[in-house]
Design a protein around this ligand. Structure first.
Ligand SMILES: [Mn+2]
Length: 190
């Protein structure tokens, strides 16, 4: 089982994350931001990860951002040396009117490219401007390439949920074991 855990305690927030990449979608996400919990639960469910998150703090921006920092670190720890995995993964995910593309490469290089626009300021209790910020934070701290593009869609809730489902599917594919690949780079090291 590839399990990674990380913690962070500052004057603003206290966050604990544990992820099992070889899990079965057993999820317990406990933050004060309901819509954020919903997005992370979708992510873990569709990646078939076991995910245990507990986060508290002062403001939703700090709590959600620090959770993504710690989640990125936990994913990186769970991956270890990354030998014998697919390394790349992608997903095109519809959710009614929304259609979203997500692609990841667990390259060790932090490179987020997130293209989404929301019409509403809030996604229930999460500020919509945080979605891009949170995805950037995850890719930066997990040290992977993350491309997200919303191809179609009107409903903001559907767009956001399709992104996090796609993130789960794409990351789930990227971490899948591929023993014949060895180290998944022509450099011989990642
Ligand atoms: Mn911030």
């Amino acid at each position: 089982m590839r399990v990674g855990g990380a913690e962070r305690k500052t004057k603003e927030t206290e966050v604990r994350v544990k992820i099992n990449l070889d899990g079965a979608g057993r999820v317990r996400v406990d933050t004060p931001i309901k819509f954020f919990n919903h997005l992370l639960t979708s992510f873990a469910k569709h990646g078939c990860f076991d995910l245990d998150i507990n986060a508290r703090g002062d403001f939703p921006h700090h709590i959600s951002e620090d959770t993504m920092i710690v989640l990125g670190e936990a994913v990186e720890r769970a991956l270890g040396k990354k030998a014998g995995i697919e390394c790349m993964g992608d997903a095109i995910v519809p959710m009614d009117d929304a259609l979203v593309m997500v692609a990841v490469d667990l390259s060790g290089r932090a490179f987020p490219d997130i293209e989404v626009r929301f019409t509403k300021r809030k996604l229930d209790d999460l500020s919509s401007d945080l979605v891009t910020h949170l995805l950037q934070t995850l890719a930066t701290n997990g040290k992977f390439n993350l491309h997200v593009k919303v191809l179609r869609g009107k409903n903001d809730h559907h767009k956001a949920e399709a992104i996090f489902k796609g993130l789960g599917v794409a990351l789930g594919k990227a971490v899948r074991r591929a023993p014949r690949k060895g180290v998944p780079s022509t450099k011989g090291v990642l």
